[in-house]
Design a protein around this ligand. Structure first.
Ligand SMILES: Nc1nc2c(ncn2[C@@H]2O[C@H](COP(=O)(O)OP(=O)(O)OP(=O)(O)O)[C@@H](O)[C@H]2O)c(=O)[nH]1
Ligand SMILES: [K+]
Ligand SMILES: [Mg+2]
Length: 545
């Protein structure tokens, strides 16, 4: 079979914005879209075993969006700890002017006064060793604070540049005098939000999933979030995306071998089929990740739990019990709660955003009816819903059907006010088929506390099971923890789908699909440097990180 000459193929690429409707553009007139380098193949005939050593046209190395060489860069500084009165404040300085900064504003306690103003004569301290030092005004030599300093020599630092950390006492006047001193040293300027981390990324020390993990680690409020973030920051997620990308590139290498040599001529038959087989494996794997019930994203952002039910069932009382404070108004008047009240809680180590809602009933009150609409919307958008009913109402069959309709097998059901039932034995609610559909139900009394410990323990376990928190093993760890990852994986899948629809006669276009798929996966880790992705990721950071 003859294939078109391939020399034009790198110039013809499709705009990723329209994956379904191919549009060909020329990279010669649209520079920077896709860089490819030619395949170097051994001149002898190829066999399957040799294909694995092929160098495909996408570099496996991280594309560095570095624009300035380290020596051209400015030195940045920022307060790395929260501002305010505290024992210690850390001011971080990173960049080529660090030796100068050290020479001019650090003075060893008990040591000789240094020749202020000359970096040439600066004796930089031993890296990674904390030293007691005075921090002084660079012009007057006035002592600003007595603290500690630690120096990290390039490239063994977070940013891979020279880094100096000044550990001072955290007080407003001390911090501002040190920052002001730094501003007077040539080449130094205040850091932008996330700029230290951005330098770490640009130097290849961190990839984007690690950057996001770092941000999440700082923001983590529960142990589940911390574990998830630590895994990302440690590079476990990066490894998985790198692996996916390398496997796509392996398929691309096979397809490119066909383009260059033509099946049946110099390479064995069946290479096309082999590539299709591998791509189909990738398709189902990615589909599996996309159908993860948004576990990673939910655990990262918080499980949305909606409490709903008829008026006076004790929904707000339950919210207050979970929050351990009087967060919501509780009165004997039905229709007390009108708006959705959301509280973020740590429940059994999990981040849960609990929403208390207005009791559902027919009403002519305008405000209440808006509240009820919002309640329904909250239930519809929740990850987990918990229906509270009063047990006496259930036993007397007075639960309205409009509420029973909302109860599905996934709905958690708390039958409250057991204290109002004479016989304290748990009651069978089997006579109400709507209620028995719920797989998880408890009987308790929020007011007296009877049954509440059991409810809470069980409830935590249901959440842990539902979000697979105790599941062991790498495979159980969610791969997608950000909406951004999902978008890139969905795009990659579309390109793989497009590849699978092509026959060997379209081998050149098929290769392009794989190239795009690899590129999409690469965007997750930042292996493909796309400015707008970088800006979105880094703008979420605060200054000093
Ligand atoms: N006896 C008894 N009363 C309870 C129990 N739980 C809540 N109550 C009472 O039931 C009344 C209504 O409680 P709320 O928590 O305001 O009920 P709600 O479901 O939020 O009501 P709305 O906001 O009006 O829809 C209050 O007087 C509570 O003290 C319970 O376990 N036993
Ligand atoms: K009430
Ligand atoms: Mg209420």
């Amino acid at each position: 079979m003859k294939f078109p000459a391939r020399h034009w193929s790198p110039n013809l690429i499709r705009t990723p914005a329209f994956p379904k409707h191919a549009r060909l553009i020329n990279t010669a007139t649209s520079p920077g879209r896709l860089a490819t380098r030619p395949v170097t193949l051994p001149s002898s005939s190829l066999s399957h075993s040799k294909i694995s050593t092929l160098k495909p046209t996408i570099s496996l190395r991280r594309a560095l969006p570095l624009t300035l060489s380290p020596s051209q860069r400015q030195t940045i500084y920022a307060l790395a700890t929260p501002p305010g009165k505290a024992g210690v404040a850390v001011i971080r300085v990173s960049g080529p002017a660090v030796p100068d900064v050290y020479a001019r504003i650090v003075r060893k306690v008990g040591g000789r006064m240094k020749d202020l103003g000359s970096s040439e004569t600066a004796n930089l301290p031993k890296p990674r060793v904390m030293e007691r030092a005075e921090i002084v005004d660079p012009d007057t030599g006035e002592v600003l604070d007595d603290g500690l300093i630690v120096y990290f020599a390039a490239p063994k630092s977070f940013t891979t540049e020279h880094v100096l950390e000044l550990h001072a006492h955290s007080g407003r006047a001390i911090i501002s005098s040190i920052l002001h001193s730094l501003s007077r040293i040539t080449g130094c300027r205040p850091a932008e939000p996330g700029e230290f981390t951005r330098r770490a990324f640009e130097s290849g020390r961190l990839d984007l999933t690690q950057v996001e993990g770092l941000k999440d680690l700082i923001d983590a409020e529960t142990s589940v979030q911390r574990k998830l973030a630590l895994r990302a920051a440690g590079g476990a997620i990066r490894k998985k995306y790198d692996d996916l990308r390398e496997r796509i590139i392996y398929c691309l290498a096979m397809v490119e071998a066909i383009i260059d040599f033509g099946e049946g001529e110099e390479i064995e038959d069946g290479v096309w089929e082999k590539a299709q087989e591998k791509v189909s494996e990738l398709q189902s794997e990615i589909t599996g990740h996309l159908h993860d019930g948004r576990r990673g994203e939910i655990l990262r952002n918080g499980i949305r739990l909606a409490i709903f039910g008829p008026p006076n069932a004790g929904k707000s009382s339950l919210l207050n019990f979970l929050a351990q404070r009087e967060a919501a108004i509780v009165t004997p008047l039905p229709g007390t709660t009108r708006d959705v009240l959301e509280i973020s809680l740590d429940i059994g180590g999990m981040p849960v955003i609990v929403a208390d809602t207005a009791g559902l009933r027919k009403t002519s009150d305008l405000v209440e009816s808006i509240g009820i609409e919002r309640a329904r919307a909250a239930v519809a958008s929740a990850d987990v819903s918990l229906c509270v009913l009063s047990l006496p109402d259930v036993l007397s069959g007075s639960v309205p059907s409009s509420i029973k309709e909302l109860i599905t097998p996934d709905t958690l059901l708390l039958l409250n006010k057991t204290d109002l039932v004479d016989d304290k034995q748990p009651k069978s609610t089997n006579h109400s088929s709507a209620l028995s559909t719920s797989e998880h139900q408890w009987q308790a009394s929020v007011n007296t506390g009877t049954g509440m410990k059991h409810f809470l323990d069980d409830f935590v376990q249901v959440l842990r099971d539902r979000f697979d928190i105790d599941g062991n093993g790498e495979d159980r760890e969610p791969l997608i923890t950000q909406a951004r990852h999902r978008i890139h994986l969905e795009n990659a899948l579309q390109y793989l789908d497009a590849f699978m629809m092509m026959g060997p006669e379209n081998v050149v276009f098929a290769a392009e699909e794989l190239r795009y798929a690899a590129q999409e996966v690469g965007k997750v880790s930042g292996a493909i440097g796309v400015e707008d992705i970088l800006d979105t990721v880094f703008k979420e950071f605060c200054i000093g990180k």
